[in-house]
Structure formats: C-alpha cells, structure tokens
Design a protein around this ligand. Structure first.
Ligand code: KG4
Ligand code: ZN
Length: 336
C-alpha cells in the first residue's frame, strides 16, 4: 500500500510518499522560517497562507520524484495544531483522495511523532515507553500498540520546546530556539551556573518548564550579556531541561518495567538528550530508539507512515472532514 502524507499543523509544510513494501519513497519539507522571523514567533494566519502557497508544488515535487506510481491512500494531519493551517492540509488531502478515488484519513500529529522511529531500519517493538517532546507538547506515554496510549505525565505549563524557544528569545538567539541553544551551549562553561530541575522532587511524571524560563529571565535582567554569558546560560538551561526529562524517563522506565524507550518530537533532535539517555540505556539495560533528526521535527514522512498503519487497519474518513486544533492522544481509536 502506498500512502501520501501531508503535514500542515504548524509552520512546516511536509509531504511524503510511503510504501509498505519499499519504505519511504520520497519526502519534502518547506520551512516558513522567513515568513515568521520578522514577528519573533508564528503568526497563524500567515502560516495558513504559506501552506496554501507551498503545498501544491511540494506534492507535485514528491510525485514527480516518485515516478509513475499509483497512490492508494492519503493521510493528513487533523490536529492538534493551528486551525487555519490544519484546514489547508485537510481540505487539500481530502480533495486529492476524492479525485483519485482512494481513501483518506486524518491523523493525530503526536501519533505521527510517536511512530516516527518506525521509519528507520532499527525499529522499536511494542509495547514501549515514549517521551514526546515538541514545541507544543511534553508527554510520557505508555504505548501498548498503535492507538492504545496511556498518558503517564505531561507538562503543567510550557512544553520543553517552548521553554527552549522562549529562553533563546531572552538570549537574543532567534527561532527555533532549540537548535540555537544547543549550538551556542557547546562553548558554555559547565561550572558557571546551576539551574533548578523543576518538579523532580515531586512524585509522578508531570513536567513544568515555565519556572526554568523565569529563572533565566531573572538572571538575564541583571546582566549586560556578552557572548560567553549567553553560551554559559544556554549550557545551564539545556543541562537543566535535559536532566529533568532524563530523570522522569528513568522513573517511568522503573515504574512501567518497559525495556524500550522511544524519543520523538522536535526536542528529540537534541544531541545532549540523546547522549545522556543513550548512556543510561546501556547502564540500565533498556533499548533506546529515535528517528534521524529531520524526522524528529515536523515532517510528512511520519504522517504517511502513521496513515498507512490506520488505512491498512481499515480506518478512513467520510467525504465530510473536520480538523481538531485540540485533541488528546488518549482519545484515539486502536488499530485492530
Ligand atoms: O515537533 P516540532 O517540529 O513541532 C511541534 O510539533 O511543535 O518541534 C519543534 C520544537 C521547537 O520548540 C524547537 O525549538 C525544538 O522542537 N527543537 C529542539 C531542537 N530542534 C528542534 N530543541 C532542542 N534541541 C534541538 N536540537
Ligand atoms: Zn510536531
């Protein structure tokens, strides 16, 4: 089965073609960074307009690259995300499927992230524990199989990606903040600052990152920042954010007795997070999986893959479709 995946939930337009026998055939991504950069954050209306502009050429380019192949189904991101942006992908994807006479399915963006390590040769097997860390979410999920998700913990305020982005803004590092912070942190002095690890002394698996961001703001306000200060603060912030995630992961591994951990979502591209969890995986005897960096951040390949799973399980939408800007991952139907 060959599925076209369309991702338009936020500020990246992603399109991909996945074949259940061959694997990923083609994938393309168009970033909207230049559109939003002058505003210092994502402007929803501009995101939707950019998706309209970018989607058609991107689909054409994926289909041109794939050669004369028939598509058996279309998957698009139904939610969560920006309503206008989601509507572009949903209406385009649904219309394409209608014109081709094939089924279409609307997907949960975070399920796409959760299954993204399956795009790699070395894949996790069910059941497993998943750390989903993106710009909009921070979650620890107990995964029994596709669609059977138990939420162990989530953020009580900012997501970890948001904390990276806001901290980068305070340091004058631009958007997206995650890669910018990770990059300057390489020059940081590990001994200069020690930032708090939020909520690690409380039981359970919830996160809170807004206090960490406020801690940075309080420090920054008292300083006239030079390049070394920025690097030192970036290092301390990344250290605290990563440490907090790692501590909760290990706690969840111990509680659930899972021997397999998946990291996915934009922050999953963070090398420090991967390295520290990798060391602990070896030490504690669990397996660690994550997709290549370009499939950690938003992309069409994860939607094409998850779409194949749901379409081949017999799930598809009627011609009338809807988007779900807010949508809990625990509300999804299992794939039987
Ligand atoms: O999954 P994603 O592309 O979009 C959402 O679904 O939100 O995640 C974007 C988030 C941003 O907050 C960005 O700063 C963060 O992922 N991010 C990173 C890194 N690369 C992207 N955070 C830390 N380290 C990175 N290398
Ligand atoms: Zn995402």
């Amino acid at each position: 089965m060959r599925v076209l995946g369309i991702e338009t939930s936020c500020d990246d337009t992603g399109v991909a073609l996945y074949d259940s026998d061959i694997g990923l055939i083609a994938h393309k991504l168009a970033s909207q960074l230049d559109t939003h950069a002058p505003y210092g954050g994502i402007v929803p209306e501009l995101a939707a307009r950019d998706h309209i502009r970018l989607l058609m050429p991107l689909v054409k380019s994926v289909l041109d690259e794939s050669g004369p192949l028939l598509v058996d189904g279309v998957a698009y991101t139904r939610g969560p995300g920006l309503a206008g942006a989601l509507l572009v992908g949903a209406s385009f994807g649904r219309a394409l499927a209608f014109s081709w006479g094939v089924p279409a399915v609307g997907l949960h963006h975070m399920e796409g992230h959760l299954l993204s390590p399956m795009l790699e040769e070395n894949r996790p097997t069910f059941p497993f524990l998943a750390l989903l860390v993106s710009g909009g979410h921070s979650m620890l999920v107990d995964v029994e199989k596709i669609g059977c998700y138990r939420l162990l913990g989530s953020t009580r305020d900012d997501s970890v990606g948001e904390a990276f982005d806001k901290t980068a803004k305070l340091l004058g590092l631009g958007y997206p903040g995650g890669p910018a912070i990770a990059n300057v942190a390489k020059q940081g002095d590990p001994k200069r600052f020690q930032f708090p690890r939020p909520m690690i002394n409380q039981p359970g698996f919830d996160f809170s990152f807004s206090g960490l961001k406020t801690h940075v703001r309080n420090i920054v306000q008292k300083m006239d920042l030079n390049e070394q200060d920025i690097a030192d603060i970036a290092w301390a912030f990344q250290d605290a954010a990563v440490d907090t995630l790692v501590i909760k992961c290990i706690r969840a591994i111990e509680a659930t007795k899972h021997n397999c951990l998946v990291i996915a979502g934009g922050v999953g591209a963070n090398i420090e997070l991967r390295t520290r969890l990798g060391e602990l995986a070896e030490l504690n005897g669990f397996r660690l999986y994550y997709p290549r960096s370009e499939f950690c951040t938003d992309n069409g390949a994860m939607i094409a893959y998850a779409g194949w799973q749901r379409l081949s399980g017999g799930q598809s939408d009627s011609n009338s479709f809807s988007v779900r800007p807010r949508w809990l991952i625990t509300d999804l139907k299992p794939v039987e």
